[in-house]
Design a protein around this ligand. Structure first.
Ligand SMILES: [Zn+2]
Ligand SMILES: [Zn+2]
Length: 238
């Protein structure tokens, strides 16, 4: 009869749950076997974590133009089965996946000797998007990673003043202009940011343009360094 309970209720009742990807009984929503089989991320660019192998330190794009962040730590490849898991987190309110994903990211940060940082911030959502979705998946990850690493987390220092989710039809230059204007510091953020090392958390990094724009806003506010911590990194575009 217990097998009929949903993963969420199993957790509430303190029962073993079911792995989100293979459906087997597991203490966590992502089981150790699935993580061992699919969890390896190829060595990546030291700045943006794009998988490029370990021969060169930086990818072509970071060499051509240095992003506003100093480095990226990614936990998982954005590929099967994690692409589906992260879509469920975002679009199907699979919020009970957040603790397991945050755990993976915290492990990756510890493995890479991430930080030390002074505070952990999520990539913010625009207010209209936040109202639609009801939660910011980046904050759900960020606050748990911060808790595990015993760091302060703050979701109100960096604001997103423009929803840039629908940028279809714009060329790359227009998309980047749109993004650059999308982030702003909260009115009282500057003194809290000056000279600080910050970690910016997101669920997925695709082109890195969003993280770059958000990091640029933090730098403009006086941040001394910005690391980007993401659950998953997409493979090279081609
Ligand atoms: Zn599994
Ligand atoms: Zn790069």
């Amino acid at each position: 009869m217990f097998a009929l309970l949903s993963p969420r209720w199993r957790r509430v009742c303190g029962l073993p749950t079911l792995c989100e990807t293979c459906g087997r009984m597991s203490a966590q929503r992502l089981c150790a076997a699935c993580l061992a089989q699919h969890g390896r991320l190829a060595p990546g660019c030291q700045r943006c974590a794009l998988p490029i192998g370990s021969v060169v330190p930086l990818c072509g794009r970071c060499l051509a133009q240095r992003p506003a962040f100093d480095r990226t730590i990614a936990a998982l490849p954005y590929a099967f089965p994690w692409d589906g898991v992260l879509r469920r987190l975002k679009f199907h309110e699979g919020l009970d996946l957040a603790p397991s994903l945050a755990e993976r990211l915290a492990d990756a940060v510890l493995d890479c000797g991430g930080g030390p940082v002074d505070a952990v911030l999520p990539v913010p959502l625009a207010a209209v998007r936040l109202r639609q979705r009801g939660f910011n998946q980046a904050w759900e990850i960020a606050r748990r990673v911060a808790q595990r690493l015993r760091l302060p987390a703050n979701e109100s220092l960096l604001l997103r003043t423009r929803d840039t989710a629908a940028q279809a039809g714009l060329d790359r230059a227009a998309r980047l202009r749109n993004l650059a204007a999308a982030f702003e510091l909260a009115p009282d953020a500057r003194p809290l940011m000056a000279g600080r090392r910050l970690a910016l958390v997101d669920d997925v990094m695709t082109t890195g343009a969003t993280a770059d724009a958000a990091a640029a806003a933090l730098r403009a506010g006086g941040a001394a360094a910005v690391e980007v911590w993401v659950v998953a990194r997409t493979p090279a575009p081609d």
